[in-house]
Write a protein of this length. Structure first.
Length: 571
């Protein structure tokens, strides 16, 4: 059994790094201040992740810079911690300012409901981080072997249950936040105070933090917008007949990442293990995380996520271990019903009568595009006019939340004026791509830059087959590598990058995000993908049953077998 008490030399290099980092300080302060290079050392690079930033370089300039004997064009990707995904218009304006001043002039909304900045130079990183903190936001634990941004069904203003669920996302995030002052010292200029014993520095994490990244999601049915089964821990809100919140079903063991050609790595859906009251949620999350802290694999990082701990020991063992720490058992899970894992878009009213507008933002990229879609300027104009909140969704979209009846016309006029929703068919609105090139160091194929044009082709294919992409929200997701950042393994049609221009094609996820897709074709180019889908769209148009989704059809028609087990096999 792997556990935290094993000698360091038996563990992965990252374990030693964490232990020797003096609670995530390492040489980071000196290296960030060093003007000689735009980069930092490998060890510091690992440590910056815990503080919410990644060192990257522009992959398209790599060979040219090598030819010119220059170091790579280094910059930082910076990720904000934003549990539940809500900002005030003032905070939005600050993010917009920082994106223009220190980053590449864009903002990126992520699949975990927050902002990413790309292209922040080392010489600007402290000012950038201070800017984020100036509006009461931070980047602590947005990356690294810790509990990451806690996500929740979008828009707390929708109902009392959404509000409470959002608050719980904040409470979990606060409880599981690392306690080290390293971030404040290195990036915000706080003076170091002499440290106490380990347990005071990091009572939950200790010196070794977690074996790997750790993710929590809270869903409010009937939407499964957060893809609750894709996370280490999930909470599914359960309401009584009166619509009031009764508690949450608890899931464990979801995760998407895998490595091509390594069947010991696989996407997995979480198992529902029980039910708890709202005021038990934070404790349950903590105890599950502590079981993973003590029993997760610290020797092999590819086997270090909670999903493997669950499969190695069994769901029952895991629940028992968690309940022992909790001091009581979970109650049996309650019935729930999901209808979609996509966002609610357009105008809708919340329980309190105010209006909300779900706005599609293609692949979460907030920028002004040459085709008349001025997304960044338009959202800035909306933030300047809007009195409510701006909520980010886990499908990389936003909700202009809490619009008074009298303000609706003005907001709608801005949406129209800036072309914010041009050409957003139902198919496009249900699509999602990860970042990939040029910033992601792990990308094998294009994703964000390619999906928009690829969706044009899918729309044509659908029309040829007699399907209407304006009204058919088939969930299409693309990633540039098998890590699964846009959760492609639960899409109805998933593309996973293999090499430039080549993808593995997955089929058979369902529209509620509760079934894994199956690998259908491997390493195929665009022409082959389109030929495969052309044939399937024609069959679907001819043979589908009333209201049958594409993902349901391909399973019923035995195009792909249904993946029934939580675990996904590659055969
Ligand atoms: Fe991710 C690594 C982008 C959500 C699984 N992810 C990365 C890195 C940081 C690449 C790296 O390690 O160098 C990417 C940065 C690209 C860039 O240039 O911005 C990256 N991941 C993203 C984002 C921005 C995708 C997006 O288009 O929105 C998402 C940021 C979320 C956030 O705000 O925190 C993002 N990543 C996800 C998700 C989806 C989710 O969490 O719901 C997953 C799958 C779920 C899961 O974790 O199992 C995901 N990212 C990974 C993995 C594989 C983890 C694994 O268990 O194998 C990696 C690679 C790794 O950790 O080694 C990775
Ligand atoms: Fe990068 Fe792969 Fe994640 Fe896409 S899925 S952002 S290519 S790590």
């Amino acid at each position: 059994m792997n556990d935290i008490s094993r000698p360091l030399e038996e563990l992965s290099a990252n374990e030693r790094l964490k232990v020797e980092s003096d609670y995530l300080r390492g040489d980071l302060d000196a290296e960030i201040s060093d003007p000689v290079t735009g980069g930092i050392s490998e060890g510091s690079l690992q440590l910056t992740k815990f503080h919410g930033m990644y060192l990257q370089d522009d992959r398209e300039l790599r060979s040219e810079r090598r030819r010119q004997k220059l170091e790579p064009l280094y910059s930082f990707m910076v990720r904000v911690r934003l549990p539940g995904g809500v900002v005030t218009p003032g905070q939005w304006l600050k993010m917009d300012d920082l994106g223009r001043t220190y980053a590449n002039g864009t903002l990126r909304l992520t699949t975990r409901q927050t902002f990413q900045f790309h292209g922040v130079l080392k010489r600007d990183i402290r000012e950038h981080i201070r800017g984020i903190n100036a509006v009461a936001l931070d980047t602590i634990a947005a990356c690294g072997d810790v509990n990451r941004n806690v996500i929740a069904s979008a828009n707390p203003r929708r109902s009392a249950v959404h509000r409470r669920t959002y608050e719980l996302a904040h409470e979990i995030s606060a409880r599981l936040l690392p306690r080290t002052r390293a971030y404040h010292e290195i990036f915000l200029g706080e003076e170091r105070v002499a440290g106490g014993p380990d347990e005071e520095c990091e009572p939950l994490y200790g010196r070794q933090y977690l074996p790997r990244k750790f993710k929590i999601a809270l869903a409010v049915p009937p939407e499964n917008d957060v893809d609750v089964f894709a996370h280490d821990i999930g909470f599914i809100a359960i309401t009584g007949d009166d619509g009031a919140l009764a508690g949450y079903n608890v899931t464990i063991g979801g995760g998407m990442g895998m490595t091509h050609g390594e069947p010991a790595t696989y996407p997995r859906l979480g198992d529902v293990i029980g039910f708890c009251a709202p005021d038990q949620v934070v404790d349950v999350a903590e105890k599950i995380m502590l079981v993973q802290r003590d029993h997760g694999d610290r020797a092999d990082r590819k086997h270090a996520r909670l999903k493997y701990t669950v499969d190695d020991h069994g769901v029952d063992w895991f629940r028992g271990e968690m309940e022992r720490r909790l001091g009581h058992e979970l109650k049996p899970p309650r019935a729930y019903h999901f209808e979609a894992n996509t966002d609610r878009l357009g105008w809708y009213q919340g329980d309190e009568g105010d209006w909300h507008y779900g706005l599609f933002v293609q692949n979460g990229r907030v920028a002004d595009f040459g085709d008349g879609r001025r997304i960044m300027s338009g959202l800035r104009a909306i933030a300047e006019a809007h009195q409510g909140d701006i909520a980010i969704t886990t499908n990389q979209n936003i909700v202009i939340a809490g619009v008074a009846e009298a303000e609706r016309e003005r907001i709608q006029a801005l949406i129209d004026e800036y072309g914010l929703e041009r050409d957003a068919s139902a198919l496009r609105a249900a699509s999602m791509a990860c970042v990939a090139f040029p910033t992601c160091g792990l990308a094998m194929a294009e994703s964000e830059r390619y999906l928009p044009a690829f969706v044009d082709r899918l729309e044509d294919l659908m029309r040829d087959a007699g399907l209407d992409p304006e009204y058919e929200p088939i969930v299409v997701r693309m990633t540039g590598c098998p890590n699964g950042c846009a959760r492609p393994y639960i899409a109805e049609i998933g593309f996973v990058g293999k090499a430039l221009g080549r993808y593995n094609l997955y089929l058979g996820g369902n529209p509620t995000g509760s079934r894994l897709a199956k690998l259908y074709r491997e390493n195929i180019d665009e022409a082959t993908i389109l030929a495969e889908l052309r044939a399937l769209f024609h069959r679907y148009a001819a043979e589908r049953e009333a209201d049958e989704a594409f993902g349901e059809f391909v399973v019923r028609a035995e195009v792909v077998p249904e993946v029934t087990a939580g675990r996904h096999f590659h055969d």
